[in-house]
Unconditional design. Structure first.
Length: 278
């Protein structure tokens, strides 16, 4: 069904998304310069940065690396980013894309390599519609529990399958569960990947979370520069997305991709020292 829908909206979609500032392919050279200084990065607090599943706050990204993690953009502006993890999903992702296209809203999808391997045509559809695709590892592991070789394998396998399936080379990485370490940072830098987490967690992955709770989580936490975490794998998130867009637009917020958010941040910073200099 989604193939027919895609054919009906594709030609008009690309023009509309261009008007929203969507960049189909971000420049690797730009991202390599986006390791932001701690003073330019808004760090999420213990509530808004609550990690997925049963991970505790003490397991969040090490403070030694805060200057290499992006949690949000500048609060002084009105730019915000919708992000969706764990896709592509054969059932829900195409319908989410239709909602976003109808609303003319760009978004960033952090794809799992194994999901792209299962549904390459869905991944290609997302790319063809002009949305940004990020690397969410291949199999969604806790990277802190892996060796350097295993981490490298997770990142590279995901990067390669996304590129071969969509024609896009991701320039942003989201480690699962908001868990990272020095090895992840160094490998990401070598691959030209900016590490991006979130400042608003909707908890939409929980079975008990309702559509209204997703909406309330966003509206109670959103500020300029917010990076909103959702997942493209259930109906309630699709329904909530449509209402969230209308509510946030009414408050004057502008939706952008993560790359656009990083561009705005990079314009006002020269970047931090390398990990070895910390």
């Amino acid at each position: 069904m989604w193939r027919t829908r895609a054919q009906n909206i594709r030609s008009a979609a690309i023009e509309r998304m261009r008007s929203c500032g969507v960049q189909a392919l971000a420049c690797l050279a730009l991202v390599s310069s986006l390791w932001l200084g701690e003073s330019q990065v808004s760090l999420a607090n213990s509530e808004t940065a609550a990690v997925d599943r049963n991970t505790t706050d003490s397991q969040c990204a090490s403070s030694d690396y805060r200057s290499y993690y992006v949690y949000s953009g500048s609060e002084e502006g009105n730019l915000i980013a919708l992000t969706y993890d764990d896709g592509p999903n054969r059932r829900f992702t195409p319908y989410l894309i239709e909602i976003l296209m109808k609303k003319q809203v760009p978004a960033t999808f952090f794809f799992l390599g194994k999901q792209v391997a299962m549904y390459p045509s869905v991944a290609k559809f997302v790319a063809n519609m002009g949305f940004e695709i990020g690397n969410h590892t291949y199999s969604h592991p806790n990277l802190r529990k892996l060796s350097q070789t295993e981490i490298q394998d997770e990142l590279i396998k995901a990067q390669e399958i996304i590129k071969s399936s969509t024609g896009m080379t991701p320039t942003v990485l989201r480690p699962p569960y908001m868990l990272s370490n020095r090895t992840v940072v160094e490998l990401a830098q070598k691959m030209g990947l900016a590490i991006v987490f979130w400042s608003v967690d909707t908890q939409d992955w929980r079975p008990s979370t309702t559509k209204q709770q997703i909406i309330e989580a966003v509206m109670s936490q959103v500020t300029g520069g917010s990076i909103i975490l959702m997942h493209d794998r259930n109906t309630k998130t699709l329904e909530a997305t449509e209402e969230i867009i209308d509510l946030l637009r009414a408050k004057g917020y502008e939706f952008v991709t993560i790359s656009r958010l990083l561009e705005e941040m990079q314009a006002s910073t020269s970047g931090p020292a390398s990990p070895e200099q910390e």
